[in-house]
Write a protein that binds this ligand. Structure first.
Ligand SMILES: Nc1nc2c(ncn2[C@@H]2O[C@H](COP(=O)(O)OP(=O)(O)OP(=O)(O)O)[C@@H](O)[C@H]2O)c(=O)[nH]1
Ligand SMILES: [Mg+2]
Length: 321
C-alpha cells in the first residue's frame, strides 16, 4: 500500500490503517516521517484526556467506563495505554487491553498500548504522534493512560488537555501522589474504588490538602467513582465537560503548544543524533570513546568536538560551488 493510500485510509478511520500507522511510528524510521508529514496537516481538535495514578488504582477500568459514556454520545475515541515496563514483558499492557476489551469490536474505538522504553526519540514524541494519527482518523477524544510513577510518565500526561489523577482509598497513595508532584498536574482528582472502606476520610484529607496547597488557584474538583460498576462516571464526565468549557481558548492553546514544543524538541534531537550516526564514521566515533576511556578527554568535551566536526562538515556541504 502506498503512503497516499495509507494516509487516506487513516483519515477514513479504518482500524487497520490506524494500526499500521502507529506501528510505523513506533518503529520510528524514515517512512514514519513521511506518513506523519501527511497526517499532520489534518485537524487537531480532539480532546486529549490524561488518566494517571499509581498501579492498580483502576485507570483502565475507569477508561473503559469513560469510553462507554462517550460512545453513548456518539463520540469516537482513541486510547494510548503507556506501559512503563520493558517492551518485552507485556504484562500491564495485557491488563490494560483486557479491561477495555468489550470495546475492541467497536470500530469507533481504537486501543493501543505503547511501551515506555524503546522510544529513542522520546516518549513525548511517540505519544504526540499517536495523538496526531488519532486526530487525523477523526477521533473526538484521545485517552492517554499512564502509571504515574516515573518522570517520563508524568511529563507525558502533562501534555493532555485535561488530566485525571486516580487515587484509591486506604492505599496511602494520597501521600505518595503529593510527593511525586502530581498535585500540580491534576485537573480533576478521582477517588476510585469508592466501594472500599475509607473513602470519606480520604476525600476529606484530599480536599483539606488541596485547599491549602495551591495558592491562587481554584482547587481541582474531587470526584468519587466505582469504575467496576460505572457509579460516578457520569458526574466525572460532567465535571470534565464543565472544566473544558470554562477554560479560555488561550489556556488550551498553551497546552497544545507545549505538546508541540516537546515533540519538536524530541524530533530535532533524534534528527541530530541520526545525523551524527550517519556523518561521523564509526572509527572516528570510537577514537573519541578510546580517548575518554584513557581520560585524555571527557564525554562532554568529546560531544562538543563531535558537534563541531558535524558543523564543519555541513558547512562544507552547503558551501556554494
Ligand atoms: N472494588 C473495586 N475494584 C475496582 C474498581 N476499579 C477497578 N477495580 C479493580 O482493580 C483492579 C485494577 O484495575 P485496573 O483498571 O487494571 O487498574 P489500572 O490502574 O489500570 O492498573 P495498571 O494499568 O496495572 O496500573 C482490577 O481488578 C479492577 O477490577 C472499583 O471501583 N472498585
Ligand atoms: Mg491499566
Amino acid at each position: 500500500m502506498s503512503f497516499q493510500e495509507l494516509i487516506k485510509d487513516v483519515r477514513r478511520g479504518r482500524p487497520r490503517a490506524i494500526a499500521r500507522a502507529i506501528s510505523l511510528v513506533e518503529e520510528g524510521n524514515a517512512p514514519a516521517r513521511e506518513l506523519l508529514k501527511g497526517l499532520f496537516a489534518c485537524r487537531s481538535d480532539a480532546v486529549v484526556l490524561g488518566v494517571t495514578g499509581a498501579p492498580g488504582t483502576g485507570k483502565s477500568t475507569l477508561a473503559d467506563q469513560i469510553i462507554a459514556q462517550l460512545r453513548q454520545a456518539g463520540r469516537k475515541i482513541g486510547v494510548v495505554a503507556i506501559d512503563p515496563s520493558s517492551p518485552f514483558t507485556g504484562g500491564a499492557i495485557l491488563g490494560d487491553r483486557i479491561r477495555m476489551m468489550r470495546h475492541s469490536v467497536d470500530a469507533g474505538v481504537f486501543i493501543r498500548s505503547m511501551a515506555t522504553r524503546g522510544h529513542l526519540g522520546g516518549l513525548a514524541k511517540a505519544t504526540g504522534e499517536a495523538v496526531a494519527i488519532y486526530e487525523a482518523a477523526g477521533k473526538d477524544y484521545v485517552i492517554i493512560e499512564t502509571v504515574g510513577v516515573g518522570q517520563d510518565e508524568v511529563d507525558v500526561v502533562k501534555l493532555a488537555d485535561l488530566v485525571l489523577v486516580v487515587l484509591t482509598p486506604g492505599s496511602g497513595d494520597d501521600i505518595q501522589a503529593f510527593k511525586a508532584g502530581i498535585m500540580e498536574i491534576a485537573d480533576i482528582f478521582v477517588i476510585n474504588k469508592a466501594d472500599a472502606p475509607g473513602v470519606e476520610k480520604m476525600a476529606q484529607q484530599l480536599e483539606a490538602m488541596l485547599e491549602m496547597g495551591l495558592p491562587g488557584r481554584e482547587p481541582p474538583p474531587v470526584v468519587k467513582t466505582i469504575a467496576t460498576t460505572g457509579d460516578g462516571v457520569k458526574a466525572l464526565m460532567a465535571e470534565t465537560a464543565r472544566l473544558l468549557r470554562s477554560r479560555p481558548a488561550s489556556f488550551q492553546e498553551a497546552r497544545r503548544k507545549r505538546l508541540l514544543g516537546w515533540m519538536l524538541r524530541d524530533i530535532a534531537r533524534e534528527s541530530l543524533l541520526d545525523l551524527i550516526t550517519r556523518r561521523i564514521p564509526e572509527t572516528e566515533f570510537n577514537r573519541f570513546v578510546d580517548r575518554i576511556y584513557c581520560r585524555k578527554t571527557d564525554p562532554y568535551s568529546a560531544a562538543d568536538r563531535l558537534l563541531a566536526a558535524l558543523k564543519k562538515e555541513l558547512r562544507a556541504k552547503h558551501r556554494p560551488k
